[in-house]
Design a protein around this ligand. Structure first.
Ligand SMILES: [Zn+2]
Length: 275
């Protein structure tokens, strides 16, 4: 699943190629892709110019010049491609936006879990999906005072709490494992057992990990590629995710993989202790 750094990489790839372009035609081949009325979506998007491409957590925000924004969630396998070549369109291309320079912005989604929704730009914070998102790394709201009460009010394990997008948003399974390894906290530690230093460490390391991952262009786990078809290389610097059976880069103990609340979880049994 693309995580926040991958979505940010897609955003940067898209903005360079679509900002300022007018959408001259919209084709929706898989109507369930659109949350809401498909005809209305096409009507409002056709003829609009793309003002900007933003992001909130894992949601891409394609801002149009008519006061509307396309909220796009890639979910498991969604990707954008930009091409003028008709052969770039295949059976997995579910939305095709023709741009005024002859290029097509093509949304592909093998598993069809991704969704798009048109929403009033001034009212984005009231959108049901966006409203419930907690503060995200590298944003002004990602502070100790904001995060501490959100984390500490939970008695369940810290892994599950950090994955909960209403507590903090943007970190998925890969980066939560990486962050917990860095801060030396066992993923099954009850969230309310953490102390202030732990919370501060989680904030700092989450910021660092996200920044590093964005620079690296995201992780290539599964079939992620950015809008221009480039694979990210963050997977080369992952320390624990997918590394079960290999030595911990810090202490040499074998990395273990367990299930925490149903999610595959990687950790070092020696340097990550339950509190
Ligand atoms: Zn270790």
């Amino acid at each position: 699943m693309p995580e926040m750094p991958e979505v940010e990489t897609v955003r940067r790839g898209l903005i360079a190629q679509v900002k300022g372009r007018k959408i001259t035609n919209v084709e929706i081949r898989y109507p369930n892709l659109i949350t809401g009325d498909v005809d209305q979506f096409k009507e409002f998007v056709t003829g609009a110019t793309i003002d900007d491409v933003g992001r909130r957590a894992k949601f891409l925000l394609i801002h149009l010049d008519n006061g509307y924004t396309i909220i796009s969630h890639l979910r498991m396998e969604g990707r954008y491609r930009i091409s003028a070549d008709p052969s770039a369109i295949d059976k997995h291309s579910h939305a095709i936006f023709t741009l005024d320079n002859g290029q097509k912005l093509i949304y592909n989604d093998v598993r069809k879990f991704g969704r798009m929704q048109l929403w009033n730009t001034d009212d984005l914070e009231n959108n049901k999906s966006i409203q419930k998102l907690g503060p995200e790394p590298l944003s002004d709201a990602f502070t100790f005072n904001n995060l501490k009460p959100r984390i500490m009010r939970h008695r369940k394990d810290i892994k599950t709490v950090l994955l909960d997008q209403s507590v903090m948003s943007g970190l998925g399974n890969i980066y939560v494992d990486e962050v917990l390894w860095k801060v030396k906290i066992h993923p099954e530690t009850p969230a309310n057992h953490l102390n202030d230093i732990d919370i501060q460490n989680i904030i700092e390391v989450s910021n660092e990990e996200m920044e590093k991952a964005i620079i690296a262009g995201g992780s290539t786990v599964r079939s992620y590629v950015d809008a221009t078809g480039h694979k990210g290389n963050m997977q080369n610097s992952l320390k624990v995710y997918g590394k079960e059976g290999t030595p911990c880069p810090r202490c040499g103990t074998e990395i273990k993989k367990i299930k925490v609340n149903g999610r595959g979880t990687h950790f070092c049994p020696k340097c990550q202790v339950v509190k």
